[in-house]
Design a protein around this ligand. Structure first.
Ligand code: NBP
Length: 467
């Protein structure tokens, strides 16, 4: 039997499907899982008629691979990745490649790249998006790390990725943790768009008292403009009947959102670089606020929240389309700005047009919006912000008045819209040559002698304020 082209460690949802995907392109794939019975049942159920080689100890797994060996880790992010790297190091040879395809924290990836380098190994930290379906049929793949490693494993990843107009949704993004950083920000954008969609749903359900199929139709119609996977699944979700009772499933699902961390990491990194990502932040905080359901019930009970019984008007729906559209664009704008700054700070040298291209299909934030976004970043110097890109100016001009009206109407109806509000404030602030930060500077100088700069003279100044 010939050696395997690649080995996949981790036979949960993602590992199984990516292994089958890679195999379907004519590759022999060795597989290994900590719990051997999972490997066995995977092989029995899905692998016997394929070039899948099940292995039950790491030595046999490594021995089964063609050199330079390519090992794809698809295990739970965090400690399991380190456990496997430690076990693989003594078994691998110089020039072999480890690819971590999980949702690893980019700081961990930086550390692991150094470890790999010390051991003469090559390493790629690779974001993979698209869930179970994408992993099998073509995900968006975001690799970063050793370029030499990409030369070895890149063709295989590119074949496995989603394809758009003959181009794979996979490209070498840059050194160090570039791949995992881009995947993290992808997820941050995902959080922000999901929050805005959830708010639009809530405004229709609560403000217009629309039923789920009506809202589904609305999302489906709006999706004709943005071709977004997240809009598409929202339309589908709103049609799903509850198979355990009457009515629609959406009304039976508890309103407490969980999170695994990548949205929070994006916001934390943005804070570190001083990059505002208010819609992303609002999305993470929105999930925190949703999680304290008991507390919300208790406090709401104390205040007997006075939600005006006023219904929102039908014209409101047209505004809502525009508002959701521009809040969605704003989510991408904030994520891409963060990537731009992080790229300079961390030496990734990201090509933002390429990032937009590989997000075009296979991933959760795929959308036809990525075409004009790609165009906006086709040439350097990049625009200051997507808001400033010539091909987005008329979009913002048209949609911002509607976003203002939607936020006002939601406020009047006492319905929280933190994502839309954040997108609006982001725009209002970025387009305001003057902001009240002069007051903040004066206060800082007043209580802490922190000094301030003047509009009318060079230098720094301090004033003995008051008496
Ligand atoms: P999980 O994230 O659920 O991880 C399960 C795998 O990790 C199994 O192979 C399990 O082995 C292994 N594992 C665990 Br848990 N603890 C371990 C330990 N201490 N030592 C060794 N192995 C251990 O799998 P997944 O959902 O397929 O995701 C894989 C990666 O891809 C993750 O990083 C995830 O964040 C990322 N990702 C997932 C999705 C998705 O839609 N699920 C999408 C995009 C990215 P066992 O069988 O022996 O317990």
């Amino acid at each position: 039997m010939s050696d395997s082209d690649i080995g996949v460690i981790g036979m949960a949802v993602m590992g199984q499907n990516i292994a089958l995907n890679i195999e379907s392109n004519g590759n022999r794939v060795s597989v290994y899982n900590r719990t051997g019975s999972t490997t066995e049942s995977f092989y029995e159920e899905r692998g016997t008629d394929k070039q899948i080689v099940p292995t039950y100890d790491l030595e046999s797994f490594v021995d089964s691979l063609e050199r330079p060996r390519k090992v794809l880790l698809m295990v739970k992010a965090g400690k399991p990745v380190d456990i496997f790297i430690d076990k693989l190091i003594p078994l691998l040879d110089e020039g072999d490649v480890i690819v971590d395809g999980g949702n690893s924290d980019f700081h961990d990836t930086e550390r692991r790249i150094e470890t790999a380098e010390d051991e003469g190994l090559l390493y790629l930290g690779t974001g993979i998006s698209g869930g179970e379906y994408g992993a099998l049929h073509g995900p968006s793949i975001m690799p970063g790390g050793h370029e030499e490693a990409y030369e070895i494993v890149g063709p295989l990843l590119e074949d496995a990725a989603a394809q758009v107009d003959g181009e794979p949704c996979c490209a070498y993004l840059g050194p160090h943790s570039a791949g995992h950083y881009v995947k993290m920000v992808h997820n941050g954008i995902e959080y922000a768009v999901m929050q805005s969609i959830a708010e639009a749903y809530w405004l229709m359900a609560q403000g217009l008292e629309m039923d789920p199929p009506e809202m589904s139709d609305q999302f489906a119609e709006w999706n004709e403009r943005v071709g977004a996977y997240l809009y598409e699944i929202t339309a589908d979700i709103l049609r799903q009947k509850d198979d355990r009772g009457d009515g629609f499933l959406i009304n039976k699902i508890l309103d407490t959102a969980k999170q695994k961390g990548t949205g929070k990491w994006s916001v934390q990194s943005a804070l570190d670089y001083g990059v505002p990502v208010p819609t992303m932040s609002a999305a993470v905080e929105g999930r925190f606020l949703s999680a304290v359901k008991d507390e919300r019930g208790r406090i709401g009970g104390q205040y007997k929240v006075r939600r005006p019984q006023q219904s929102l008007s039908q014209e409101f729906l047209d505004d809502l389309e525009e508002a959701l559209y521009i809040s969605t664009v704003s989510s991408y704008a904030q994520g891409i700005k963060l990537l731009n700054v992080a790229s300079e700070e961390r030496g990734y040298d990201l090509d933002l047009s390429t990032v937009a291209r590989i997000w075009k299909d296979g991933c959760i934030i795929r959308s036809t919006l990525l075409d004009p976004i790609r165009t906006a970043y086709d040439e350097t110097p990049y625009p200051d912000n997507l808001i400033a890109a010539p091909n987005f100016q008329s979009e913002y001009n048209d949609a911002i008045p509607a976003l203002r009206r939607v936020v006002q109407a939601a406020r009047a109806a006492a319905l929280p819209v933190p994502g839309h509000s954040a997108s609006l404030d982001y725009f209002e602030s970025l387009t305001s040559p003057d902001l009240p930060a002069n007051m903040i500077q004066a206060q800082r100088d007043c209580f802490g002698a922190h000094t301030y700069e003047r509009r009318d003279a060079e230098g720094t100044f301090h004033t003995e304020w008051g008496e």
